[in-house]
Write a protein that binds this ligand. Sequence first.
Ligand code: UDX
Length: 441
Amino acid sequence: MAILGEHKGAVEHPRRVAVIGAGYVGIPTALLLSHFGHQVVLAERDDYRRTTMQDGRSPIIEEDLEELLRSVLETQRLRIIGDAAEAVVNAEFVFLCVNTPMGIDGHADLSFIDAACAQIKDHLMPGAVVINKSTVPVGTTIRVAAAIGRSDVAVVSNPEFLREGTAVRDSFGPDRTVVGGDDQEVAATVGGLFALTGAPLVVTDAATAELIKYAANTFLTTKLSFINAMSQLCDALGANAVDLVRGIGHDPRIGFSFLNPGPGWGGPCLPKDSHALVAIAETVGEQIPLISAAIETNHRQQRHIVQRVRELAGGSLEGARIAVLGLTFKANTGDRRDSPALVITKLLREAGAEIAAYDPTVPVDATDDDVQGLNLCASVLDAARDARVLLILTEWNEFRELDFDVLGGVMEQRTVFDGRNILDLDIARSADFVAWGIGRS
Ligand code: UDX
């Protein structure tokens, strides 16, 4: 990993840092800071996560993470322990990286934040800075400060913008570092911990920093829902969504990134954060119909795909076997939280279809609730056997070059729906497949 060589132990003034929570945000944060030369204690309650990491293995599927973890463990600058209170005792900086799942009415559930505050408040050093990295509603910095209740401890917000699947790369090369707090000097000091990334530092007040995270994520959902709506229109008008993207993306005001139409946006962040922003606006008597429309467009996209698959299946899904390729919310992650693939398989099953699913990260004997009722397969070929439609829902690399002659030989009929626009449909067609994609038929 090239990144490792570039920054090895380079920081001039190592600081003592605690990170609470070894999840998708906490792990990269702890590894990045210890890699830069800071002394880091990572606190994680979950025995499996903690012991796995202590053994030099990553508890999550994430590119480059294990290599980075091993290299950092060797430096002895990272300690992984169970008790948050013990982790903060000598820490100058304490990052809260706990989960904030979607709670009632779309509001983020802050119970893990509250619990962390209760655990650490009496153990923080005078002068310590508590930094909220979890995605939290506007006002949470004040709530955390009140929960900690210490005039000798500062609290700031430092939203995280990394993506799953590229978490290490995004942490080492962020587009910007945002830190918000009442005391701008403290905020700038926190920003300094990340100076080696070379990213511009944006210092704001706490409320603005908190809102920036929601603004960034909901902007992305709006962009995706826009292009998904265009792809629906392409289907209705006989236009081609891939060419449409090429036709608008060259305009730098629009750009190509985050412009691929697909099965709708999912994952642990975008759905949760867009609902949360709508809920936040309501609490101050505001409405953001644009975001509500983006959410509705996302649901509509999933229903639209089910309708397209129904057409490919011959007009009815009753008793049709559908081979679903991909269950995670995107490729290069094992995460299925709010996965569009699972929403679509549920809708297909409600319409009477039988699902044979293959995902490289889901073993055939998986018993998790979200895959109940699916016939889990060990390969693309197994899933395709006797299937009426082959349906790609996650853009795993191994789905990009399918052998359509072989697949056609085992399927009930030769039809494929590419829900990620990763196929050259002409290749499938040359093997006598009826092949459609998102906004392409
Ligand atoms: C997102 C934000 O990108 C990140 O900045 C924030 O910190 C956390 O939330 P992540 O949840 O890892 O990151 O997923 P992301 O890569 O943004 O993808 C979100 C969803 O949009 C996925 O379902 C993905 O498949 C979909 N997507 C993305 C598309 O359908 N088309 C695209 O062009 C890009």
